[in-house]
Design a protein around this ligand. Structure first.
Ligand SMILES: NCc1[nH]cc(CCC(=O)O)c1CC(=O)O
Length: 324
């Protein structure tokens, strides 16, 4: 009998649910014993002490702590939300598998079952993500966008308590913790494009671990192609701008077999200006399709968007990831 595979997880409900899901897949498809190992981070300690974290401010910390535990041999597998990990590779660590993704769209949880369009002008809508802020401003609804802190559960609670009229979240997070019944509107990607990789999980292991070959069984090739393309758009745009970015790709059945479609947007922080484009190609060339699309967006002025910022912005934490 080989030793159980140790899957590292953060303590939050979303994290333990995601890691538990991956543990179940490993048991079912690899037939191996799995043990969940909680990895505490400075971020978790900060939350435990009552000092709230920004929406994505702690993300770098959480990803880093799990990767440290992986490299130190304390765990064998690290599970992250794919949208929270950087586009550049980490020495010694391999993205072993990307399982089938959840619905990647953003959703609204509003008071009284309202949609964004039904909220009165001046309604207080909570999101700290610059990507969401810019795209919500661009809808022109006159919403009062304000940063919101805490985990998914806490943020929903702030609508219940009346502190916010609505919050905007990833549908995937709510689906994973069984709170989809809270959703009052699913945002159409034509209006609000999700973060690159949203709704997908990243399963990492040490690059020299023989386990790598087995973990590949958890991979969903269509999801991998989609997120590869989305992250290639992001990586290309990161080279030339700091504007918030949304991207969504999908593998669809075309006339000559499978086709990969990618849509992407880069916006000025106030949402007043944007560069929006799409592209298609072969799923086997996902990185190429995304890279070319990002390049076209830069050629069309995506690199100049960050200079434009006229409106009052909600105070965002300086360490926030702009595409969170
Ligand atoms: N920014 C934090 C974060 N990272 C992953 C998710 C949800 C799950 C996912 O998108 O895969 C969330 C919460 C949210 O954005 O609402």
């Amino acid at each position: 009998m080989s030793a159980p595979i140790r899957v590292g997880t953060r303590a939050s409900l979303l994290a333990t649910t995601q890691s538990g899901h991956v543990a179940d897949m490993i048991r079912a498809r690899l037939g191996r014993e799995v043990e969940l190992v909680e990895v505490r981070t400075d971020g978790d300690r900060t939350q435990a002490s009552g000092i709230p974290l920004a929406e994505s401010g702690g993300v770098g910390v959480f990803v880093a702590a799990l990767r440290d535990a992986l490299l130190a041999g304390e765990v064998d597998v690290a599970v992250h939300s794919l949208k929270d990990i950087p586009t550049y590779p980490t020495p010694g660590i391999t993205l072993a598998a990307v399982p089938a993704r959840e619905d990647p769209r953003d959703v609204v949880v509003a008071r009284d079952g309202l949609t964004l369009g039904e909220l009165p002008v001046g309604s207080r809508v909570g999101t700290g993500s610059p990507r969401r802020v810019a795209q919500l401003h661009a809808l022109g609804l006159g919403l009062d966008l304000a940063g919101v802190r805490g985990n998914v559960d806490t943020r929903i609670g702030k609508v219940r308590s009346g502190e916010y009229d609505a919050v905007v979240l990833a549908r995937a997070g709510l689906a994973r913790i069984g709170r989809l019944d809270e959703v009052t509107e699913v945002l159409d990607p034509l209006q609000v494009l999700p973060a690159p990789g949203q709704g997908a999980l990243a399963i990492e292991c040490r690059s020299d671990d023989p386990l790598l070959a087995g973990l590949v069984a958890l991979e969903d090739p269509a999801t991998r192609a989609a997120v590869d393309a989305e992250r290639a758009v992001l990586a290309t745009l990161e080279g030339g701008c700091t504007a918030p970015i949304g991207a969504l790709a999908e593998v669809v059945e075309g006339e000559d077999g499978e086709e990969l479609w990618v849509r992407a947007v880069a916006l000025s922080p106030d949402g007043a200006l944007s560069v929006r484009m799409s592209a298609s190609g072969s799923p086997t060339d996902a990185v190429g399709v995304g890279t070319r699309l990002g390049g076209e967006m830069l050629a069309d002025g995506a690199g100049d968007l960050d200079q434009h910022d006229q409106q009052d912005q909600p105070q965002l934490e300086p360490e926030q990831v702009r595409n969170a």
